[in-house]
Structures are given as structure tokens and as C-alpha cells.
Write a protein that binds this ligand. Structure first.
Ligand code: FES
Ligand code: FES
Length: 157
């Protein structure tokens, strides 16, 4: 089947999509957007988190056919050309990226959190990111990155 949707502000078309194919597969393998990572493909790790019509979802759990006519924003779409989004920059500056596999999903989840809650407490952050697993950092650097991004956005606490 053919799937048409808007991805990172552009109309995109994927052809020959099979019925069981995931949005994650379409993004990575058909549309050339490998930022969203495939770590578990079971909705357990959050590394594939993207926005679907403004709501964060695990792209590995969304059937490609469900995306027809809808709007997707991936981690690539948060940057402004070569200029990283402040959340992306905060992850780099805080040293919250090690292997990087969890990072794209975390960046989208943190972006969503700070839009809804510009001054989150550490427990708020932990709760919001509970679906995003990281095997490398022990999470402390991730918390630092969120604090830094919030601070730079003016959400001092
Ligand atoms: S790859 Fe989608 S949740 Fe892990
Ligand atoms: S940096 Fe490796 S899984 Fe998070």
C-alpha cells in the first residue's frame, strides 16, 4: 500500500508498505530518517519515540497504515537546520549521551515534557521519562540535561 503523511514539515510518500509494517520501519528504511532508534521493537524502551499529531508515541508500535494523512515529527525535525534544538544541545553539554541509542527518544520525550511543564521537579522528570530506558548513563546525566534545558528556556527553579 501507499502511505502519505507529513514528516518534519514535508509531505512524504512511502510505497510498497506491507500491512504489518511499523511507522518506525517506514521512517528508518523508506524515508531515510534513522534518528529514531530500534532497540526493542516492543514498546518497552522508548528509543523510537516520535510525535504523531503532537503526541509522543513509540513508532515501533504504530502501524504504518495508521499514519495516512497524519503528521509526524522525529528527532531530526526538532533541530533548525544545523542548529540543534536546545534540548538536543543540553544533552550534549551535560554529557548525557554515551552510546546514544536512547538519546533520540529521550530528546523527544524531554521536549514534550518541557512544553507541558517548563519547570519540572526531578520526580516529575523521572515519571515523565519512565518509559525511556537507558543502559549507559545511570540517568543522572539525563536529569542534568533536563535541568539545563529548562534553565536555558527560562524555567529556573
Ligand atoms: S524500539 Fe520502540 S519502544 Fe523500543
Ligand atoms: S546512552 Fe546508551 S542507552 Fe542511553
Amino acid at each position: 500500500m501507499r502511505v502519505r503523511c507529513t514528516v518534519n514539515g514535508e509531505e512524504r510518500v512511502a510505497d510498497d508498505v506491507w500491512a504489518g509494517e511499523s511507522l518506525l520501519y517506514v521512517l528508518r528504511e523508506r524515508l531515510g530518517l534513522p534518528g529514531s532508534k530500534n532497540a526493542c521493537e516492543q514498546g518497552e524502551c522508548g528509543s523510537c519515540t516520535v510525535y504523531l499529531d503532537g503526541v509522543p508515541v513509540c513508532a515501533c508500535l504504530v502501524a504504518a497504515g495508521q499514519v495516512e494523512g497524519r503528521t509526524v515529527v522525529t528527532v531530526e525535525g526538532l533541530a533548525d537546520g544545523d542548529l540543534l534544538h536546545p534540548v538536543q544541545q543540553a544533552f550534549l553539554d551535560a554529557g548525557a549521551v554515551q552510546c546514544g541509542f536512547c538519546t533520540p527518544g529521550l530528546v523527544v520525550a524531554v521536549h514534550d515534557l518541557l512544553q507541558r511543564h517548563p519547570r519540572p521537579s526531578d520526580p516529575d522528570v523521572r515519571e515523565a521519562l519512565a518509559g525511556n530506558l537507558c543502559r549507559c548513563t545511570g540517568y543522572e546525566k539525563i536529569l542534568e540535561a533536563v535541568r539545563l534545558a529548562a534553565l536555558r528556556a527560562g524555567g529556573d527553579r
